[in-house]
Structure formats: structure tokens, C-alpha cells
Write a protein that binds this ligand. Structure first.
Ligand SMILES: [Zn+2]
Length: 387
């Protein structure tokens, strides 16, 4: 007993020992520097762009290459093992605080561990992802002219995408109920997604595409517990701390393909969600595999036709009626899938979507349809599709 008390006393002295305050300052220097650089990037997107083009690919190269060797989602392992471990850890901390003396010293030690973890996590997050939120808009890099467009432009672009969907729909492999059933395995889909970016980069068109677009192999990972994950409404995730992209493989195959394409964009330093969605479309339609192309056109159609609904319910219904019944069945299957998982999370996201549509309806004539749609229209205009 006496021995213990002496030991605790020593620990307290060591911990309070106004020990090494400079060490704490040194640790704090890491997040402080990271946040200072963040401020610079926010003020100057051109600087952030230089980071995204020249530093980000180097910083993430090694962890991404290591992740490419691992066929399973490390993020999932962390969740499956980490969450129970955190609960056990919390129980241990509470028991330790109640049952044993030397609480102050224990809490101080715990605080130091937390300080080290947070001091490391902040710069890692920004280096591996966060800074790229502040790069130049993708439209600038791709030299696409996004501006307010008339309803006619949205209509013409939706028609173009619907025609592409119709051309592919009948050629797709299908199950006995007529729904899209890829001949590619899930593993093939997840490992081939990055080819689309290579194809787009090789197609060229401007210096950004040629020099700074494709950053090598990215293996997107399947999540084994995807069925449960669907209750959150999440289809994929890029974890900056691991430089790893994981995909929900329980969704309809066309959605899984599109998600894999979307996650590759994040791995390449495109952080903004709508820009990653556009890239999934923009690159996916050039994928050498027609099944991946079908998934990309179909998702492009969904974005455009949703926007068209906000502009004109009549035109929306007209184009939807012209869609191949096979493609309609695939879209319906996607909706049916998500109906099974309706809950609080899905309610939040659908209310955001509704507000978006209502906001669009309040405007007249020329309007912005959201960045994904604006970018697809701008791309179609670049291809000479619009007058
Ligand atoms: Zn995303």
C-alpha cells in the first residue's frame, strides 16, 4: 500500500513536473502550422492548386501504394475493431478514475496522449485531403465554361445523355427480371475504376488533363458489411488518414460502379463532392468497358433529369417517357433499394434535395442547376452540342 502511494506520488510529480512544457508547445506547433498553411490556401486558391498538383500526389503516393496491396478495407477493420475498442477503453478510463488514486496524474497522461493524437491527425487530414478543398474550381482547370444556362440548354443536354443511355441499355447483361447485372465481378469493377481517369487523361484536350489529372493506380475497396452501412445512406468513403477509398457493394451495381469512379476522384485530390460526381461521369463515359460507361451515363442522366424536373416538370416527364424501359427499370431498382433503408439519415438528405428543387423552382428562365449539372452542360457545350 505504502509502496503504491509512493509510486503515485512520483508519477504525480513527474506529470505535474511542469515536466517539459516546450514539448507540448512543440506538439502544438504541428497543427498550428497546418492551420496557418490552410489560411494561406483559403486566401490564395492558386497556391492551393499548386499544392494539389505538385505536393499532394507525392505526399499520398506511398500510403496509396501500400493500400493498393491490401485487398480489404482497412477503414472497415478500424470501425469493426476500433469502435468496440473505444467503448472498452472508455470503460477502462471510468473504472480507473473511480477505483484508483492518482486521478490528476492519470488524466494528465490521458490528455498528453490525446494532444499527440490530435496534433498528428490535423496535419495528416489536411495534407492527405483537406487542402485540396481550396484548390481552383475544376471548371477552371478543365477550361469548361460554367455559367447560368437557359432551360433549353439543360433540356438539350438531358436529351443527349438520355440518347446515350438508350444506346447502351439494351446491350447490357441482365438478370432474369431484366435488371442490369454486370459481367464484371465486384473486384474487377473496384480495381478497374481508375482506368477511366487514365483514359480521360490520355484523351487530353488541355494541359491539366495531360499533366496533372491521372495519378496512378487506385484500388477502391469493398466493404463486407455494406448491407448495414446502407442504413446511413452512404455509398462510399475516402479516408484521408489511410489514403483509402471504400465502396458500398450492396447498392445496385450501376450505383456501385459510379461510387467507385467517384472515390477515385477523391484519391486524386478532388475533394468537392459535386466535382467528384462530375469527374465520375466525365471519366466514366470514356471507360473502355461499356458496363462502366452505362453506369456513368445513367447517373449523369439522373442528375440532369432531376434538375430538369425543377425547371419544367413537363419536359422532365417527356424525356423520362423516351427512356428505354430497361434503363427505367434500372433507375427504379435503385430507388427500390434505398426505400428499404429509409430512416432518419435518408430523411435529412432528401429534405436537402427538396430544398434544392424548391429553390430552383422559385427562379425563372436562366438559372444555375448545381455544379454537377452545370459542368455536364458546359462539357456538352464544349463538344459543340449547344448553339
Ligand atoms: Zn465523395
Amino acid at each position: 500500500m505504502k509502496k503504491n502511494r509512493t509510486k503515485n506520488l512520483q508519477t504525480t510529480q513527474k506529470a505535474n513536473g511542469s515536466g517539459k512544457p516546450w514539448l507540448i508547445l512543440l506538439w502544438l506547433l504541428l497543427p498550428a502550422t497546418a492551420l496557418f498553411v490552410l489560411e494561406l490556401f483559403i486566401r490564395d486558391p492558386f497556391l492551393a492548386e499548386q499544392y494539389a498538383r505538385r505536393v499532394f500526389p507525392v505526399v499520398t503516393y506511398l500510403p496509396r501504394s501500400l493500400m493498393n496491396f491490401l485487398p480489404f478495407s482497412l477503414a472497415e477493420v478500424f470501425v469493426v475493431v476500433g469502435v468496440p475498442a473505444l467503448v472498452l477503453g472508455a470503460v477502462f478510463v471510468i473504472v480507473r478514475l473511480i477505483a484508483k488514486p492518482g486521478r490528476a496524474a492519470f488524466l494528465l497522461r490521458l490528455g498528453k496522449v490525446a494532444l499527440v493524437l490530435v496534433s498528428l491527425a490535423i496535419p495528416i487530414f489536411y495534407l492527405n485531403f483537406g487542402y485540396t478543398y481550396h484548390r481552383l474550381p475544376l471548371a477552371d482547370n478543365l477550361e469548361l465554361e460554367t455559367r447560368d444556362r437557359a432551360k433549353d440548354d439543360l433540356h438539350a443536354t438531358t436529351l443527349w445523355v438520355a440518347e446515350e443511355v438508350n444506346q447502351l441499355a439494351a446491350a447490357m447483361p441482365r438478370d432474369e427480371s431484366g435488371l442490369f447485372e454486370p459481367s464484371l465481378t465486384t473486384q474487377e469493377i473496384l480495381s478497374l475504376a481508375d482506368d477511366a481517369y487514365k483514359a480521360r487523361s490520355e484523351a487530353g484536350g488541355n494541359q491539366f488533363l495531360t499533366d496533372h489529372f491521372h495519378h496512378g493506380a487506385v484500388l477502391t475497396k469493398p466493404v463486407s458489411l455494406s448491407r448495414f452501412w446502407s442504413y446511413t445512406g452512404i455509398t462510399g468513403i475516402y479516408v484521408p488518414f489511410l489514403v483509402e477509398s471504400s465502396v458500398n457493394i450492396d447498392t445496385r451495381p450501376d450505383e456501385m460502379m459510379f461510387t467507385a469512379l467517384h472515390e477515385v476522384a477523391h484519391s486524386y485530390g478532388i475533394a468537392r463532392e459535386d466535382e467528384a460526381n462530375f469527374l465520375a461521369f466525365y471519366c466514366g463515359i470514356l471507360h473502355e468497358d461499356p458496363e462502366m460507361r452505362y453506369a456513368s451515363w445513367l447517373m449523369g442522366f439522373t442528375h440532369l433529369n432531376n434538375a430538369l424536373y425543377g425547371a419544367s416538370a413537363e419536359l422532365h416527364a417527356e424525356i423520362y417517357a423516351s427512356l428505354d424501359p430497361l434503363a427505367k427499370a434500372d433507375l427504379a431498382a435503385r430507388n427500390d433499394y434505398w426505400t428499404k433503408f429509409e430512416g432518419p439519415v435518408q430523411e435529412v438528405s432528401s429534405s436537402v434535395n427538396n430544398s434544392y428543387l424548391i429553390a430552383n423552382k422559385q427562379e425563372d428562365g436562366v438559372k444555375s442547376y448545381g455544379r454537377v449539372v452545370d459542368l455536364i452542360i458546359a462539357y456538352y457545350a464544349e463538344q459543340g452540342g449547344l448553339d
